[in-house]
Design a protein around this ligand. Sequence first.
Ligand code: BES
Ligand code: MN
Ligand code: ZN
Length: 501
Amino acid sequence: MRYATSSAQITKSRVQALIVGIYQDGSLSAAAEAVNTATQGRIQAVIKRQDFKGKKAQTMLLQDLDGIRAPRILLVGLGKTEPMKPESYLAIATAAIAQLKGLNARKVLYCLTDTEVEGRDLAWVAMKTVEQFEDATYQYLTMKGTKPAADRQLKLAQVDLYASREHLTACKKGMQQGTALSIGKRAAKDLGNAPSNVCTPSFLADAARQLAKDYPSVKTQVLNEKQMEKLGMGAFLSVSKGSVEPGKMITMHYRGGNPRQKPHVIIGKGITFDTGGISLKPGSGMWEMIYDMCGAASVFGTMQAIAELNPEINVVGIMAAAENMPSGNASKPGDIVKTMSGQTVEILNTDAEGRLVLCDALTYADKFNPASVIDIATLTGACVIALGSHATAVFANDDDLAQEVIDAGNLSHDRAWRLPIWEDYQSQINSAFADMQNIGGREAGSITAACFLARFAKKYRWAHLDIAGTGFKWAGMKKGSTGRPVGLLTQYLLAQEGKKS
Ligand code: BES
Ligand code: MN
Ligand code: ZN
């Protein structure tokens, strides 16, 4: 999709559809008012007939109104006139975009950008609008052998966002930010959706190398298993050794700030397929574990969004990539391994592998002298039970960092909710034979997983995001990677620009 901003006269615009908003009390947005005036009151006449009541997210399509150049007018209900909540704007934009997708219109002028949203500026509205158009029109077609029939292909190709002349700069800024973010989100979705016979650890490494070729601000470095062995990453290797696909620790450096500025590190769980290993998962639904690298994909997508936006910060993105397989070489329940930190782990369940690859990545991250470290992982099924698919779980060893992450989630509407990692829970992962065990029993499964990681993140400000419920959807034809939390992470990183570290 192409995006542009426009402050040209709405009624004269040479587009195939105009999108204008109307409130529930019958009052018109500025754009709707312009259409109404040019058509000698046709909009008011429609409202009077009471088929269209301006209810939040209600839509109605009008055609061929005299006095307007565009052949289609999409009326969109804005609800009550009171200040609109951000989520209301998103629901309204979603409804409008859903209608546009079904039309035979190639170019449209979207005028809902003049909507006032509580606590948000026009740049936010423009950014979210682009993001929503991109989310709504995303399809994963890479693996299709046949192209969709012509009548099922999307006609929409260009969206002009309307802004009055004095608001044009803000609108353009938001549009550009939305475009950059969407490029990153799309990359995250594409990687997430790629099945595990394509998306292997080596595939992720190649993608990261390509990113460095595409953006001069990015440098990529890949550790192979031999190099990880030298570093003592016994926990990571205990997972990757069961697979014929070699594991990779993939580091992407974005340098936009002063070289002396401490970097922010983001680490993604990159299990390209999680069978459970010798503690094999049940067969039904096992395919979902192609998404077990969505954390790594979100790191990749965030690095790309940041490289597009070029903020003056330094970021290190790490993808801890391995395949978790049962085999003659695989780890067995009861095995004890030594992590890079020197601490030992009793592997009581080989299906709790995410924490094993992440703990060595967390120790590795210390060498970058980080200002903050955030890891992102589809870590626990328990997280889906606790928070469902709306909120990402956030855990942190620093209250300010936790709040910054939550704030970034609220602003990007990629929301996160905090759970505790109190010392009280730590005893659940104590082990008789090793320094800790990799499972903590049925109670508080997401928390004990986070407590495990906390033991490797003592040297810096750290947060852990469990995206088991938010990283992907598993239902039927709507299944797929969501690209979350690229929005949250990008927002968090942009907020670090200009801060002392
Ligand atoms: N990748 C899974 C967690 C998961 C499950 C993510 C469902 C998304 C949807 C993880 O590696 C796993 O298997 N966790 C186990 C941990 C348990 C053995 C302590 C789980 O949640 O059952
Ligand atoms: Mn697992
Ligand atoms: Zn897993």
